[in-house]
Design a protein around this ligand. Structure first.
Ligand code: EPS
Length: 387
């Protein structure tokens, strides 16, 4: 038993779809939590005009009855409210109108390699699916996964730690309570001074026709040890998390725990020493490994950081080549965001939730949520887990 999901949909097509397969039956899902996650992905200073058009809501098409899962695939639909403006250009069926093609691939985007790969002439055939609009469907799927994780005692949060050259400080020893106000920050940062500086930096660089990247962090609390596996490369949870987070549009680097920092330290300052006490059971006093050892969780909070590059659609386009004439040209211009780091953090929450939920489904099985909880409780008992 595992949890799988897939998405479908183009950025300016009729809508997006996600199918989540492998949820146990009898799990209560919270409609408001789902709506909240969809809205959270649309937040963040630096978004463009599209976010004024979209107000994402999820329509459940299967797998749920009266708020409880049926154990069957859960299909969700997110309509693109912008579609009526694109009905000619993106109609699934032939139209009478002459639809203009784009032949100006953007450096940093999927455009050029996508044209070559699929044999298209129109860049739009590539960019529509490569667009980060697809992440709305991931967040819907991830929110369902979070519903399952809440039932097994796991919470997943995110925050922004850098936008362009501005970095947030603090945040070493975070607890779930620390994330309470994070969505009120205009850039989803836990450091109010840095948040202010990030907003100013976004405004400054936006005026200079620049786009901005940054870094964010996802933390998951309440995980039992032993999720994932040390025995096969494909089952290692660290590898699965890195793949899931790196698959988010524009992400170029993923670090687990203090991954980049420990590379430069002596071993004595790189690991988390092991302790045991009567009331706490097994514990660590540091969490440099980000809750992951040997491809498994170790019972400490999971910490995943990622670096995202500046958006490749530029208001001052970079140099490119017209793919029809082969003449030098400027890359295409499209309405775009200045930065999506705050939104990408919410998407990463969803991806981490989906990977961790899959690991729970693999380890504890069960057709009904009560089966899962019984297996989880037997495991905690066996390992003497006291949290
Ligand atoms: C995107 C470009 C922008 C973003 C879009 C992703 O869309 P448009 O070209 O319609 O202005 O707003 O993101 C979303 C629509 C979303 O929901 O996140 C891109 O090229 O990746």
């Amino acid at each position: 038993m595992t949890l799988r999901f897939t998405t479908a949909g183009e950025s300016h097509g009729p809508g997006l779809v996600a199918i989540v397969e492998g949820m146990p039956a009898g799990l209560e899902l919270d409609r408001e939590a789902l709506d909240r996650d969809m809205a959270r992905r649309q937040l963040g200073h630096g978004r463009g005009g599209r976010m004024k058009i979209e107000s994402d809501s999820v329509e459940i098409r299967s797998g749920l009855r009266h708020g409880l899962t049926l154990g069957s695939p859960i299909a969700v639909l997110v309509a693109n409210r912008d579609y009526p403006n694109w009905e000619e250009r993106m109609n699934p069926w032939p139209v009478d109108a002459e639809v203009e093609e784009s032949h100006l691939p953007r450096p940093g985007h999927a455009d050029l390699a996508g044209l070559q790969k699929f044999g298209f002439r129109d860049v739009r055939n590539v960019l529509e699916r490569a667009s980060a609009r697809e992440t709305a469907a991931r967040v819907a799927a991830g929110s369902i996964a979070k519903g399952f994780l809440a039932a097994v005692g796991v919470e997943v949060y995110s925050h922004v730690i850098q936008i362009a050259s501005v970095t947030a400080s603090g945040g070493d020893d975070l607890t779930p309570a620390d994330f309470e106000g994070v969505d009120e920050s205009p850039v989803r940062s836990l450091d109010p001074d840095a948040a202010q500086a990030m907003v100013e930096e976004i405004d400054r660089l936006r005026k200079a026709n620049e786009s901005l990247g940054g870094k964010f962090e996802v933390r998951a609390f309440g995980l039992v040890p032993g999720l994932g596996s040390p025995v096969s490369w494909s089952e290692k949870l660290d590898g699965r998390l890195a793949q899931a987070v790196c698959s988010i549009q524009s992400v170029k680097g993923v670090s687990l725990g203090e991954g980049w920092e420990v590379a430069g330290r002596p071993g004595s300052e790189a690991h988390d020493e092991i302790f045991w006490s009567e009331d706490r059971g097994w514990y660590r006093e540091t969490n440099r490994s980000g809750g992951l050892e040997g491809g498994m969780t170790n019972g400490e909070p999971l910490i995943v950081q990622a670096a995202i590059k500046p958006i490749s659609t530029m208001t001052q386009p970079l140099r490119s080549v017209d793919t029809e004439t082969k003449e030098p040209a400027q890359a295409m211009r499209e309405r775009t965001d200045s930065t999506v780091v705050p939104a990408a953090a919410v998407v990463a929450e969803a991806m981490v939730a989906l990977v961790v939920a899959a690991a729970y489904r693999e380890k504890f099985g069960g057709d009904h949520i009560d089966d899962v909880l019984a297996a989880l409780s037997a495991y905690k008992e066996r390992i003497g887990w006291r949290r």
